[in-house]
Design a binder for this molecule. Sequence first.
Ligand SMILES: Cc1cc2nc3c(=O)[nH]c(=O)nc-3n(C[C@H](O)[C@H](O)[C@H](O)COP(=O)(O)O)c2cc1C
Length: 144
Amino acid sequence: MKYVLVYWSRFGNGKRVVETLSVKLGKKGSEVKILDAKEFQGKVLPEADLYVFSAPAEKFTIPKDMRRLMKGLQGMEGKRYGLINTHSMKRDWLPKMDKFLSGKKMVKLAEVEFRMGDGTEDGKGLREGWKQKLDDFADKLTGG
Ligand SMILES: Cc1cc2nc3c(=O)[nH]c(=O)nc-3n(C[C@H](O)[C@H](O)[C@H](O)COP(=O)(O)O)c2cc1C
C-alpha cells in the first residue's frame, strides 16, 4: 500500500500525530510519504492508495494553506482518505475539513480528532490515550 499524509501544523502536535501514524502504517510493509501543506504548491498529489489530511482548528476554521490545498486538489475521484483534526475548544472541525473535499468523489475511510491539553504551544498538548486513538484510526484505514 502507498500512503500520502498531508499535514499542516503550527506547534508540532499535528506533525507528531502524522509522524507517529507514518511509523504505524510503514510497519505493515507500506510506502508512506509525508507532505507539509506549507510547502506543497501543486494541485495533484503523488499517486497513493490512501490519503490522510491533518490540520488544526484555527480561528474557527482550518488554516488557509490547508484549505486551499484541499479545495484545489484534482484527479482524486475514487481515492480513499482519512482525516485528522486537532483542536483546543470543544468542537472539532472534521465536518469542515470534509467540506473542502466535497465534490471530489473521494471515499472516506476514517476520521479522528484530538482535543489538545496543556502544553499545546510547546508541542506537548496531546492528551493521555492519544496513541490508542491513533491506533484505532490506523486500523480503520488499513482494515484492521
Ligand atoms: C491563532 C490560533 C487560533 C486558534 N483557534 C482555534 C479555534 O478556533 N478552535 C479551536 O478548537 N482551537 C483553536 N486553536 C488551537 C489549535 O487548534 C491548536 O493550537 C492546534 O490544534 C495544535 O496543533 P498543532 O501543534 O499541530 O498546530 C487556535 C490556535 C491558534 C494558534
